[in-house]
Write a protein that binds this ligand. Structure first.
Ligand SMILES: [Zn+2]
Length: 731
């Protein structure tokens, strides 16, 4: 339950676009008055909660026996005193106690906007081409790429290492859930030389998809100029009915036309975390299109969940974390998430593994560890599919905090040390979990494991809303590949061959040696087991010459690092060496390995050569003419927009421009050290005129700055705010 109050300040209508010249912005209301304070009030009865609401106080969380209230003004303090209820201040999570706030690997102090995620992922892939591969799972409903990163040493190899997969932001308003994956990626790359990190990078393939619901997140995060949870702004003031509180994807109501997400009814959309196919339709989902838990017309009806399925069913993920918010204590939710009626005994066959990792992550983050159905039953969730179809040890995290997104420092920065440790433990567990298929086969052979089955969907419900006769109806196929290394010995980390509720299943293993005929056999492997398979009849065809090939990862532009990846193949065996001629002098002595990088200073035509050698010593050479485009001239375009946050206590600065790094000077000291990213916010304690500057350093090293000035005026009128009636409380 949540009662909320919205102030509409005159500042909102004064939103302006600032060019290079100075502009004045008159603030009013509480922008320059005392800082908001969060307090805990003893509310032993529902009537006591009502008293707070009737007193006009901002009740952030109203409940028996305690409620959280935000005091915005002297009047609020007086009103609370007059209510006669007992209260105490809550620890202030905002800066001020800055020393106590932990530092993120990125150094960020505010929630990312989608453009920040995209920029950072593209820049990490460019900066670490042999460690980071930009991946896309496909496109969202509105046609945006669902970008993520694959991170591993020698990331372009196909070598059978176990996969650890993380997703965030299935639910648009759960902003902290996207931050974990990207901060974890930056942490891994920054500390790649430290033994613990080097070991993870060597032994695993790690996938992070920070934003699954890209369309919905853009609508939520971009709802008005309101970065609720920015360092100096207050907790959520906008309730259900606002785009900021959008949960689902951007599917319009049945029969209505598709429109940009922010123009859709805020109750439209499908709950992506009820749209996965496994046990689609069971308890904990809804058929009403306006429901927060609307599961959609069919399992995998939505491109976002379907893309996650299509991408991860090739991966053999051993551990999966799907991040959400919120719970007051922080929770690691393990399987089963289903109504116990579906899973007799209330536990899975893998309870021991689940509990061990869940408890370990809970210890690290100081959260709770429990089976998901103890919170409430769900079905058709991401982890239901990853576990029941694939056998991945899959968790849902419910981040600790007072709301879906609250103060960034409270819900992200202060949680980071524990969360980092929890994610590292999950990554390390991915090395232990799952199963293993070993054997010998000709180097360069492609191994493939596949399995076909159908996944169960509820056929109806009992009077107590329990799933009747879940029947296998949605066809599913898992299929993964690896390439046998030069040693001829392989060790492949896979998921158990049987699904948790379908004992006796096997993987069909196919071995196709280069130029040879494929051979297949069935392989049964239990969780934690390692089996050795004989593939003596997997033989290469007649020896042939290898073929050398490579491609540029991105278009070559003068002044920007370019990366090229070899995709050379050997018809009868494996490529064991790639050497590059990058300066066109005919000698293959400029780089060594599958990925080569260089920066061309000037535009024009260049010749790059690659010499690949197979295990038998046969050589293939290729040369490509590469057109290096000129570096863009002039300064990068940059615009600056200043608005107030919805609650009027902070000012929001948003820059628009191209890919690059954005740094801010908000205190007029000439140092761009007051914020990073395309959007930052700040509150001002006193009236006055403040110069503001943003600096963009684009990927070519070009710099642009844009300045403005901001005037914080005296509060014009204590009654300037307009109080809206409390919105309908949440489910
Ligand atoms: Zn969620």
């Amino acid at each position: 339950m949540r009662h909320l109050r919205v102030f509409v300040l005159s500042l909102l209508s004064a939103a302006l676009v600032a060019g290079s010249g100075g502009s004045a912005l008159a603030a009013s209301g509480s922008a320059s008055s005392a800082e908001p304070v969060r307090v805990e009030v003893e509310t032993p009865t529902p009537q006591a909660v009502e008293t707070l609401v009737e007193a006009g106080l901002d009740v952030a969380a109203g409940d028996v026996p305690e409620s959280d209230v935000i005091l915005w003004s002297k009047e609020d303090r007086l009103a609370l005193r007059e209510s006669g209820l007992k209260w105490r201040p809550l620890p202030d999570p905002r800066p001020g106690a800055r020393a106590a706030v932990s530092t993120l690997p990125s150094g960020r102090t505010t929630y990312r906007v989608w453009e920040d995620y995209e920029t950072e992922m593209r820049m990490l892939a460019r900066r670490y081409p042999s460690l980071v591969r930009l991946r896309s799972m496909g496109e969202t409903l509105l046609g945006q790429p669902m970008l993520g990163l694959e991170i591993a040493r020698n990331v372009w190899a196909s070598d059978g290492r176990p996969a650890f997969v993380q997703y965030g932001l299935h639910h648009a308003r759960e902003w902290p859930s996207g931050e974990w994956g990207i901060e974890y990626a930056i942490e891994l790359l920054k500390k790649q030389g430290q033994p613990r990190y080097a070991s993870l990078l060597a032994k695993t393939r790690q996938f992070v998809f920070p934003v699954v619901n890209v369309d919905g997140f853009q609508a939520s995060r971009g709802a008005g100029p309101s970065p609720i949870g920015a360092p100096d702004s207050a907790s959520s003031l906008l309730g259900p009915g606002s785009n900021e509180y959008r949960r689902k994807n951007c599917r319009p109501f049945p029969g209505q036309a598709q429109r940009p997400c922010s123009e859709l009814d805020t109750e439209a959309g499908v709950d992506l975390n009820r749209n996965y196919g496994y046990f689609f339709g069971a308890t904990g989902t809804e058929t009403t299109a306006s429901s927060e838990l609307y599961r959609g017309p069919a399992g995998f009806s939505e491109p976002e969940s379907e893309n996650v399925r299509l991408f991860t069913r090739r991966l053999q993920p051993t551990v999966v974390l799907t991040h959400h918010t919120y719970s007051e204590e922080g929770q690691w939710l393990r399987q089963p998430s289903l109504d116990p009626a579906i899973l007799p005994g209330d536990i899975t066959p893998d309870e021991a593994e689940f509990k061990a990792l869940g408890d370990s992550m809970a210890t690290a983050s100081g959260w709770a560890s429990l089976p998901a159905f103890q919170l409430y039953p769900t079905a058709g969730a991401t982890d239901d599919w990853n576990y029941h179809a694939q056998g991945a040890i899959a968790f849902t995290s419910e981040g600790r905090g007072p709301d879906f997104h609250s103060f960034f420092d409270q819900m992200v920065r202060n949680e980071w040390p524990g969360m980092k440790e929890a994610m590292l433990r999950a990554g390390e567990a991915s090395v232990r979990e799952g199963s293993q298929i070993r054997g010998e086969a000709p180097p360069g052979s492609t191994l493939r494991i596949t399995k076909r089955f159908s996944i169960p969907v509820c056929q109806g419900f009992t009077e107590t809303d329990q799933c009747i006769s879940p029947t296998p109806t949605i066809p599913e196929q898992l299929s993964s590949e690896m390439v046998v290394p030069a040693s001829g010995k392989f060790s492949w980390r896979v998921n158990p061959s049987s699904r948790p509720q379908a004992p006796g299943e096997t993987w069909r293993l196919t071995c196709e040696a280069p130029g040879g005929d494929p051979v297949s056999r069935e392989v049964a492997v239990e969780r934690g087991a390692s089996v050795t398979v004989g593939l003596a009849n997997c033989r290469p065809g007649p020896a042939g010459r290898p073929v050398a090939r490579f491609r540029l990862i991105e278009r070559a532009i003068a002044g920007r690092k370019a990366a090229m990846v070899s995709s050379s193949t050997a018809r009868s065996t494996l490529i064991v060496s790639n050497r590059w001629d990058l300066d066109g002098d005919g000698a293959f002595d400029d780089a060594f390995g599958r990925v080569a990088t260089l920066t061309w200073r000037r535009p024009g035509l260049r010749t790059v050569g690659l010499r690949s050698v197979d295990l038998n010593g046969r050589v293939a050479v290729t040369r490509q003419r590469i057109r290096v485009a000129p570096r863009p001239s002039g300064r990068p375009a940059l615009a600056l927009r200043i608005t107030s946050s919805m609650n009027g206590t902070s000012v929001v600065f948003r820059a628009t421009g191209q890919l690059g790094t954005y740094n801010w000077d908000l205190d007029g000291d000439g140092a761009f050290d007051d914020g990073r990213g395309r959007e930052v916010s700040r509150s001002y304690r006193s009236t006055g005129t403040y110069p503001v500057q943003v600096r963009l350093t684009d990927t070519f090293g070009r710099v642009a700055t844009r300045g403005s000035s901001l005037t914080i005026a005296q509060p014009s009128d204590p009654g300037a705010g307009e109080t809206l009636p409390p919105p309908v409380p949440e489910r």
